[in-house]
Design a protein around this ligand. Structure first.
Ligand code: ADP
Ligand code: MG
Length: 647
């Protein structure tokens, strides 16, 4: 006695897709036992395929009940339905429904991917099945290199891949010539003998004659259901096979990676363009961060070059911007008491303005610095020719000046010694008594050699028009405690000025201030990078939506042969992430290359660090996940029937 395998009771199906609801199946009641060979016959449009799709769990009845092995199908989750399609049913379609990108073996393998069979095992099994079906020499052929009959045999191998106890064949010979049709029918007969339950849909009575039981369907109703002379159902039916508890995991990942790579290679140009946004985003982060780091390091080194044991006392209270200009209390009288603080080696005032310097008929805009005679010692900056002005010059308001290298070079013809000549600052004549050695750029990138130095007394009286200074620079004795000296200076100036109208910077705070500017720049860069990644991500999303639309049919096939919604989602997500990941890697290469090119061409210093590279690359991957999710979800939610119907 065979057990009742499939049981439809009063099943109806109404389509609502058009304007008017269209009832295609009415009150269909049908019981099919394990080991039967049933032909469902009817005219075109009578509802055979609709019935078959319901039987195969690709579609659901609108009314009535459908039980598989006694379990009501409407109570099952979509994953459980996918498992039924994967392990119980084997679909054979009129139009084969093979995937054109895959070889015969790979096509046959696919159902085993979704039950988690390892790659080697499944290609061996698929090869065996194809061999048995007479395709042993066609394993690596693609569908377009195979005849219709051969393609149909590949699809039979695919149906048998996970056992296929119940074979659902919807007009399997419909697209074949009579020879190919006979071959396919011979295979079905043999499968039935081996114990498979076969349900065959056809409009051809010659084909239906192969079956043991004939069900006629007219306009969605069963009009007759009778056995043919062939005999009983096969007693050794294997349709009772239980579902396996499978964990597709690695197999699905492998398949997703393979398919993603294939799809990306298939549309190379499109892939490249899609990646461009990601590449630009990542490359700009990597290159700009390297340039930024280089600039930062330059600044730090310039600050350090100015001397590590300097304290600068600046006008204006700490942390109040643009408050310096109103402070007029930095006076010559402060100097001796600053010099007397324990640990202070020497102190100089500094005031500078930009002014026109003239020699003969040449003039030049330079920085005029009014300072003390200890300037060369404080800044480690000696004169190269001549001498620096002395305390005597300061005391006598002498009209003497020292020139920076750039000034000397630009104002005097080559070979002329400026020492002993007179230059005009504004309208006042100054005697050049020395030319300073070269110092280079300061922390803001200004040329420090484009300056001239004169006694602060003379400067105050003739150039600046003010007695007070812009700041004091203090050199601390080598063995003194920097922070102690700083604290003492603070106490002293608080006493003298009676309010905190100054702030004292040491090298650490100066570097910090310089870095703040750099950090602002870094945030700006990060923002630009995020924007370009978002733009790139939108590009990825766009192209993935196109990809899902293009491959709707493939999705339908995969779902029909057992892919769960998650498997489809995962496949498309993998593709999106792969685009972004490869784009990210390419971006790193372009970014590093661009950074190196800039450093070679412009002479900028670049410093590559690992963190931005890792961050940029992970951002690219996250972009793939975020922007790939929507298209992937769209793919996973496709209705397999509609997807299969798509061309
Ligand atoms: P058969 O396989 O017997 O030729 P089908 O089951 O494919 O017939 O179709 C039966 C009827 O249902 C046809 O009139 C067809 O136009 C209609 N039909 C099939 N699928 C859909 C659908 N997704 N939406 C609306 N009508 C459909
Ligand atoms: Mg049909």
């Amino acid at each position: 006695m065979s057990s009742s395998l499939l049981e439809l009771a009063n099943v109806g199906r109404t389509y609502h897709s058009g304007g008017e609801p269209l009832t295609v199946l009415r009150e269909v009641s049908l019981t099919i036992n394990s080991g039967e060979f049933v032909a469902i016959m009817g005219a075109s449009g009578s509802g055979k395929s609709t019935l078959m799709n319901i039987v195969g769990c690709l579609d659901k009845p609108s009314s009535g009940a459908y039980k598989i092995r006694g379990v009501e199908v409407s109570s099952l989750s979509s994953d459980a339905l996918a498992a039924l399609r994967r392990d119980t049913f084997g679909f054979i379609f009129q139009r084969y429904n093979l995937m054109s990108d895959l070889s015969a073996v790979e096509n046959a393998e696919v159902p085993a991917v979704y039950c988690g069979m390892a790659k080697q095992q499944r290609s061996a099994h698929a090869g065996e099945l194809l061999q048995q079906l007479g395709l042993g020499d066609r394993l690596q052929h693609h569908p377009n290199q195979l005849s219709g009959g051969q393609q149909q045999r590949v699809s039979i191998a695919r149906a048998l891949m996970n056992g296929g106890p119940v074979i659902l064949a919807d007009e399997p010979t419909g697209a074949l010539d009579s020879k190919g049709g006979k071959e396919v029918m011979a295979i079905l007969v043999k499968l039935h003998e081996q114990g498979h339950t076969i349900i065959l849909v056809t409009h051809d009575s010659d084909i239906a004659a192969y079956a043991h039981r004939l069900v006629r369907i007219t306009d969605g109703r069963i009009t007759s259901d009778e056995p043919q002379q062939k005999g009983e159902a096969n007693p050794q039916a294997k349709a009772g096979e239980v579902e396996k508890d499978v964990k597709p995991g690695m197999a699905v990942l492998g398949e997703a990676l393979k398919m993603a790579l294939r799809s990306l290679l298939h549309n190379r140009m499109r892939t490249m363009l899609t990646m461009l946004g990601i590449i630009i985003g990542v490359a700009s982060v990597v290159a700009l961060m390297a340039i930024g780091n280089g600039a930062k390091q330059d600044v730090v080194e310039r600050i350090q070059a100015m001397g590590t044991d300097l304290l600068t006392i600046m006008r204006g209270p700490p942390n109040v911007r643009a408050s310096a200009n109103i402070v007029t209390s930095f006076l010559p009288e402060d100097l001796p008491s600053i010099g007397n603080v324990t640990g202070v080696a020497m102190a100089i005032p500094e005031t500078n303005i930009s002014s026109l310097l003239r020699f003969g008929n040449q003039d030049l805009t330079v920085t005029v610095v009014g300072t003390g005679e200890n300037f060369p010692l404080v800044h480690d900056w000696p004169a190269e020719t001549g001498v620096f002005f002395s305390s005597e010059h300061v005391r006598r308001y002498a009209q003497v000046v020292n020139l920076g290298q750039t000034v000397a070079k630009n104002l005097f013809p080559q070979g002329t010694n400026p020492v002993g000549r007179y230059v005009l600052i504004g309208s006042a004549p100054f005697l050049v008594i020395g030319v300073m050695s070269s110092k280079g750029l300061d922390q803001r990138g200004n040329d420090m050699d484009n300056s001239v130095w004169l006694p602060y007394t003379t400067g105050g009286a003739r150039i600046f028009g003010q007695r007070f200074f812009n700041d004091f620079v203090v050199r601390v004795k080598p063995d003194a405690d920097m922070s102690l000296v700083q604290a003492d200076l603070h106490t002293l100036l608080m006493k003298r000025h009676r309010k905190e109208d100054f702030n004292i910077r040491n090298m650490a705070t100066t570097i910090e201030t310089a870095n703040e500017t750099q950090n602002t720049l870094t945030y700006l860069l990060a923002a630009i990078a995020v924007i370009s990644l978002v733009v790139g991500g939108i590009g990825v999303m766009n192209i993935m939506l196109v990809s899902v639309t293009e491959r709707t049919r493939e999705i339908g096939i995969r779902m029909a042969i057992g892919a769960r919604g998650f498997d489809v989602l995962f496949q498309f997500l993998t593709e999106a992430v792969m685009v972004c990941f490869i784009g990210g890697l390419a971006g790193i290469v372009v970014g590093v290359g661009g950074g190196l090119a800039v450093s070679a061409l412009a002479g900028w210093r670049v410093i590559f660090t690992v963190a931005p590279i890792i961050i940029a690359c992970s951002c690219a991957i996250v972009t793939g996940i975020v922007f790939g999710y929507l298209p992937a979800r769209k793919a996973a939610h496709l209705d397999p029937i509609e997807a299969l119907a798509r061309d």
